[in-house]
Design a protein. Sequence first.
Length: 505
Amino acid sequence: MHDELTFVATQLESTCYVELNRLTLSRPYNFQLGYMKSTKGLRKKVLKGGIYLTLRQLFSAALSLISVLIIARRLGPANYGLVAVSMGIFYFSIWTSQLGLVVYLIRQPDLREDGAEQILAFFSTVGLGLCAVLWLTAPAFGWWTGHSEITAVVRWLALPVWFEMVARVSTGMLERELKFAEVGMIEALSQCANYLVAVPLVLLNWSYWGPILGIVVQCSVLLFLARRAHWVPWRWRWQWSFLKPALHYGLTYSASDWILSVKALTVPLVVSRLGGLETAGLVSIAIRLVEQLAMLRIVIRRMSISVMAKFVGDAKATRQAISQGMTYQALLIGPICAGFACVSTWIIPLMFGAKWLPSVHVFPLIAIAALVSAVFDLHAAALYAAGHNREVGLQNFCYVSMLWLGCILFLPSFDLWGYGMAELATIPSYFLIHRAFSQFSGSPNYKQAFWLILATVPPLIGSVFLPFGYNIGLLIASYGSLFALNHSIRQVPLELFSTWKTRTS
């Protein structure tokens, strides 16, 4: 297991670079006198951090899968849809309420001695105000979706948003100090607390309140453990002279991510309104399955504030790294999603129950869209590292706009298929990020990633229409033909294996 995790972290280090910029800026290395020594130390920390984050992600994925199996099967699509709507609002509130200040806390090279206390004071006061706004606007969500139960649920989730904001000051300081093991342990334990509460309550017929109370407990445990691991003195007053530049930096850096986070509201505000809670539940479970199967992409994203800045000054090296990284992404995600799609028609009813079988229809389309999106993750990472935040924000805006427009156009007529069609309709938006990247580093080589995506599409689409045996044959034929006819694609697994053996020997 350790060797496998080392291999994953090694690939993160070699293909997904943005995190090193954060790690570099978090400590004042002397790059004129000690560049090689510092870089070697950073590479070791990035690799070590990748292992910790991958371990945490694997553990999280296992727990999440078990809980979803029990909770979704017990609740059914409609009640699970209510949970999905509420969770979408909750996570959107978390992602936007931090205002980029945690990013500033991690990346600022000359952080004031009381910098963490200032941000904590801001979260303590303004954060409570934001949560009060969420509590007061909860009836609007209930009215919009047509389900008054959502009002009470959203109000229960208002205080956990504040808990999360305060906890992230401590975990941000831990990440600034490169203590990934502590962060991973805190997050894993808080997630365990969630499932230890949610699953029994669901089994005891508490319905959708089980997962909601689980989130409340998770955020409470996260706050307790984070502040124990890194204590930040509590204060209520903050200084605008410090917060003004911090907010400017955080908002500038996070603006494009904010736009993308609006996607979290697609199911709560669009799907639930046009398709109802049952459709929202079916779409949410398909999205959740794609995310679990592509969990290494999440690790890459988190490490993506890590190695890219080192290559931004070298256009050729950046292009080569992006080209290689796209291929790795397609190879790590595509076959896994295609393989699951082949068995989805019997494994989803087996795991979740027959009522969840319609989610099989939308899973392949969501998986194709996620695969294309993963291929362009490193483009965004490179643009961030080069300071081209506006270009990433423009692509994110087009992506979300096309997704919502697609839902409005297709959901009323095609139901579940309509959401999948809306996901596919977002693919042209990635031309914007390709163009932005090409303008400052030149166009990367898409050939290998394209062929891998092309080989993934037939078994994904075939899973909806073909019997199990035929689709397995289609999967083998599709990838078999690709590896047999394309020499450069055959070299990719060999390169990965060679890199892994070199690092682990």
